[in-house]
Design a protein around this ligand. Structure first.
Ligand code: ZN
Length: 334
């Protein structure tokens, strides 16, 4: 009751009369209530161990919602003898804190590096939790990731996640990676060898994949997934090229940031999806068909019917994917 009253008071103070009361008058009295301006704690999700050093914390569903606290991607972590490398931090500080709790179950060593695979909000909004836990942590992303976020996408993604979770990420502090990985870097930490890959524009212009060479395991970012979600920032031709190259790499385990880890079949199916969609959209475009005319024909393709139609978002989003494919095809003609 007491706390309810104070909450109501704070609401009115900040919402209506903050200007008159003044923050300095309130803060000494109610400093302990600042937690009330933070969204709820995210329940623990056990990490999945994929290989000797590689783990990820699996998402609670394919899309952000108030029920899953925005936990719809898989933050990953690699445990070495000299500290932990985190790959993607989830959609909020609260998710980052939950990931830290799972890491603590495996090792007492600190997180020393955080890598964001691209600029979509479910891959970096948890960064602040890791800075708060270890001020010496280094945050990495592709240079274009930092650039895009600094041009206003940081606020866009914060608001997107707030809207989709009924404000459950409240209190999340926007903290951008400021160290750069261009692709091609190789580094060793605690006896584990890492290799960074950038294939150009695939899911976005800023994708990086992190190969843990020692484990024959690769964190894929969003370059491949069994989910039909967002192609607006990506490239079909870039995806086909990248996935064709990745198929031939000596990797046993692929960890997508949405959906479960798999062997090379994940890459093959991902490649076949973008290839079928792009090739068919191009063919039908040449025949003069519009997007809604080609949609049922593309959906009738055997691979689409058998495989892709099982993926979350397929029915609702395939039309948007076709529109993007046509745009890219048209651009390629010039
Ligand atoms: Zn993404």
């Amino acid at each position: 009751m007491h706390s309810m009253k104070r909450r109501a008071f704070l609401k009115s103070a900040f919402g209506v009369s903050a200007g008159m009361v003044g923050l300095s008058a309130l803060s000494p009295l109610y400093a302990s209530d600042l937690d009330e301006f933070k969204g709820p704690k995210v329940p623990d999700i056990d990490a999945v161990k994929v290989s000797e050093h590689c783990y990820y914390v699996p998402a609670l569903g394919a899309h952000p919602s108030p029920e899953n606290f925005g936990m719809f991607s898989n933050p990953g972590f690699v445990v070495t003898d000299e500290g932990v490398v985190v790959i993607d931090t989830g959609s909020s500080t609260q998710i980052g804190e939950m990931v830290l709790r799972q890491i603590k179950k495996v090792t007492s060593l600190p997180v020393v590096k955080v890598i964001n695979t691209h600029y979509h909000g479910d891959h970096w909004l948890g960064n602040h939790a890791f800075v708060a836990a270890n001020p010496d942590v280094s945050l990495y992303c592709h240079p274009s990731c930092e650039k895009v976020l600094k041009n206003g996408q940081d606020k866009f993604w914060f608001d997107f996640m707030q809207t989709n979770t009924d404000n459950k990420i409240t209190g999340t502090v926007i903290t951008l990676a400021d160290q750069h990985l261009n692709g091609g870097e190789v580094f060793k930490l605690g006896g584990v060898e890492f290799k960074v890959h950038h294939f150009g524009k695939v899911h976005t212009e800023s994708d990086i994949a992190i190969e843990v060479v020692t484990d024959k395991t690769m964190y894929m970012g969003d370059m491949v997934m069994r989910r039909v979600a967002n192609m607006a920032d990506g490239s079909y031709r870039g995806s086909i090229k990248a996935l064709s190259a990745i198929e031939k790499m000596p990797i046993d385990h692929f960890i997508p940031m949405h959906g479960r880890h798999e062997d090379v079949q994940l890459i093959k199916d991902g490649r076949q999806f973008v290839e079928t969609l792009y090739t068919k959209a191009g063919e039908y475009y040449e025949e003069g068909l519009s997007d809604f005319e080609m949609k049922p024909k593309i959906m009738a393709e055997p691979f689409m019917k058998k495989v892709a139609s099982q993926w979350p978002g397929y029915e609702s989003t395939i039309g948007k994917f076709i529109v993007v494919a046509i745009q890219e095809y048209e651009m390629s003609l010039f």
